[in-house]
Design a protein around this ligand. Structure first.
Ligand code: PYC
Length: 336
């Protein structure tokens, strides 16, 4: 059942984190009740999907934009509650969005330099804000669920990857293990095939992997849908450790190195004995932006810390004109 929401004006602040946009809704969002953040996420998904679509989808937005709805936190140690969403539905958590939210609240003067906490659908996360453009955040417990999982992918044959949780579910595949006969559109400026010039090919491959996982009934814990596919390979810049390409649930690729995806990668590295507490992992995105990752161990939990920068790009009021046939957005083809 879909409820309507009041008002036709929605105030937002736009930013990008390493090239990946975040649109924070600061006024005009529906009230989601006073249940847990996970309950509010369900209410948002089931009752306010048209609000989600109006904020992030075309013609106001694009498939790439991640929205962040801020609300009162449940946990009193948090400065804000936040629900992240994209072109097809709510996310569980969003790393680049957390960095974008930190810089946005700083821009609004709602937080200053220092330590703050945000309440998310998967639990509180702690950020460290430098008072300008840099945020590091401690994510939720991240772990690898399964190593070397084989899946038969149409047109590609058997692909092997790891299933890991970093606040969303990921299937991580070494790009060097992909069939070399796959179509390559072109090479990037460093002459590497795993780059911006290959976006169409990488999107096609990762979408096929996602569909194959679904067809084969391969999921995360508690039947959690694996809706993020992460390819990783050598970095374009030798200062970094790896480059990735992350396909998000609505078939847009992450321009940033993906905060939850980098957390999932750190979990795999840790469990393979390739990363220990205190080590720094520089994860490069497919467009060359970088997050710095590290880990700490807390009992049986592995807590990733991700650092990146965000910049404000707009302060705006969205107008939902009742005479506009597309006031609630053009529905994504992937949703129907
Ligand atoms: O940074 O975690 C992230 C993220 C998820 C989807 C897009 N970005």
């Amino acid at each position: 059942m879909s409820e309507s929401f009041e008002g036709n004006r929605v105030r937002v602040i736009d930013s990008h984190t390493g090239g990946e946009p975040t649109r924070v809704v600061i006024e005009g969002a529906p009230y989601l009740g006073d249940g847990s953040m996970a309950d509010r996420r369900i209410r948002f998904r089931d009752s306010y999907d048209s609000f989600r679509s109006a904020v992030v989808n075309e013609p106001r937005g694009s498939d790439v934009i991640v929205g962040a709805l801020i609300c009162e936190p449940v946990d009193p140690t948090c400065v804000a509650g936040v629900l992240f969403f994209n072109n097809v539905g709510p996310l569980w958590m969003c790393g680049h969005g957390t960095i974008g939210l930190g810089v946005t609240l700083g821009h609004l003067g709602r937080i200053g330099k220092g330590t703050h906490r945000f309440d998310t659908a998967v639990g509180p996360v702690t950020i460290e804000y430098d008072g300008a453009n840099c945020v590091s955040f401690e994510n939720v417990n991240s772990y690898r669920l399964a190593k070397n999982v084989s899946v038969d992918v149409e047109g590609l044959g058997t692909i092997v990857g790891d299933i890991a949780w970093g606040g969303n579910w990921f299937f991580l595949v070494d790009s060097e293990t992909l069939p070399t006969s796959r179509p390559r559109v072109s090479e990037d400026r460093h002459g590497k095939p795993f780059g911006l010039g290959d976006i169409e090919g990488l999107t096609d491959i990762t979408w096929r992997i996602r569909q194959a996982l679904e067809r084969s009934g391969i999921t995360g814990a508690d039947h959690g849908e694996i809706d993020h596919i992460e390819l990783f390979g050598p970095p374009g810049d030798p200062k970094n450790h790896s480059r990735n390409f992350v396909l998000c649930p609505g078939r847009a690729y992450d321009r940033s190195p993906c905060g939850t995806g980098t957390s999932a990668k750190l979990a795999c590295l840790f469990e393979d004995g390739k990363l220990k507490p205190g080590d720094v992992w520089r994860q490069e995105s497919i467009i060359g932006s970088v997050f710095e990752g590290s880990i700490r161990i807390d009992g049986d939990k592995m807590i990733p810390r991700i650092m990146g920068t965000a910049h404000i790009t707009a302060e705006a009021t969205l107008i939902l004109d009742s005479s506009d046939p597309f006031r609630l957005g053009i529905r994504s083809q992937h949703r129907q």
